[in-house]
Design a protein around this ligand. Structure first.
Ligand SMILES: [Zn+2]
Length: 311
């Protein structure tokens, strides 16, 4: 989970709600004078204005009042949750809560469907968010399962190729790209960090408001150089490993292009092919053509012909 998502800031009035969630309870205030349930938490009853209100635990069960599926992150930090099912749930007590639905396929979601609460702990300090899922669903949010939920990529079979075997080295050259790497989220926090590091803090990268109003892309975009260096975070299933060399030198790039932008919040992934293998005086030079794309985009965002020298 992104570490930059906004978190609830409990106030004196709302604290019992957040404390309840930490303990796996849905707790909401009720008016002692007229019996009206109150949400969001307030000092007074919004029906009879009495200040005589008290907290009560409720089942948390309710019905889906309305929802929407967001396919563009509402904030870049939510890119890893797309699509998000933003929902208004009406508890059986009659109050409505803004929340997100989890553990439901898009075609399972129906206005009016019965829902139950899910307590998702999102911070080591116990901070817990209230989600909802179908009444008959089982959701286990223990950390081990969260990790397991992301299917581990099948370990690709890796062929060892001795650098001295010229024919085998040349046989690596291919017109076909590998399968895709893992995905990496390029969020605004990462872009800001790179802006500080590189000194390139041009507003198209760092000022979401101005970029939304004046920029050609409807928001901020990542630096091309940032997307380029993020190659290190993407494990490309090459399918081979060169062996038998003393030194492997990154000799730079034969070609570096940024054909299309990466909007803040986008997920990127990379694939590659061996473009050429050449025997040189100093060793064997391999050019790896790496293409980085926004996930689902036809056009690459970065094309980098990496020159690797095996000595
Ligand atoms: Zn009242």
């Amino acid at each position: 989970m992104s570490t930059n998502k906004p978190m609830p800031v409990p106030t004196e009035i709302s604290a019992p709600f957040w404390e309840g969630l930490k303990a796996g309870r849905v707790s909401i205030p009720r008016c002692n004078s007229c019996g009206h349930w109150i949400f969001y938490p307030r000092r007074h009853c919004d029906k009879c204005w009495s200040h005589d209100v008290a907290w009560h635990d409720v089942s948390g069960e309710g019905s889906l009042y309305t929802y929407t599926l967001t396919r563009i992150p509402t904030l870049p930090d939510f890119a890893d949750e797309m699509p998000q099912a933003l929902a208004v749930v009406e508890l059986d007590e009659g109050v409505r809560i803004n929340t997100t639905l989890i553990g439901l396929a898009e075609d399972e979601i129906r206005v009016g469907m019965r829902l139950k609460p899910v307590f998702e702990r999102v911070r080591d300090d116990g901070t817990t968010l209230l989600r909802f899922t179908g009444i008959d669903k089982t959701i286990d949010l223990s950390p081990a399962d969260e990790v397991a939920a992301e299917p581990a990529p099948a370990a690709p079979s890796v062929t060892k190729v001795p650098v001295s075997d010229e024919a085998a080295m040349r046989a690596l050259v291919s017109e076909t790209f590998t399968a895709w790497s893992n995905e990496v989220v390029v969020d605004q926090a990462l872009i800001d960090e790179f802006a500080r590091l590189s000194g390139d803090d041009y507003w198209i990268h760092t000022d979401p408001d101005k970029a939304r109003k004046m920029g050609p892309f409807g928001g901020t975009i990542a630096h091309g150089a940032l997307v380029q260096v993020l190659q290190s975070r993407m494990k490309i299933p090459l399918g081979f490993e060169v062996t038998g060399f003393t030194n492997m030198v990154n000799y730079g790039s034969d070609r570096l292009r940024f054909p299309s932008p990466v909007p803040a919040g986008a997920r990127i992934q990379a694939r590659a092919r061996v473009k050429s293998v050449e025997k040189m005086k100093s060793g064997t030079q391999l050019i790896l053509e790496v293409h980085t794309h926004v996930v689902g985009a036809e056009r690459p965002s970065v094309i980098n012909d990496l020159v690797i020298l095996y000595m």
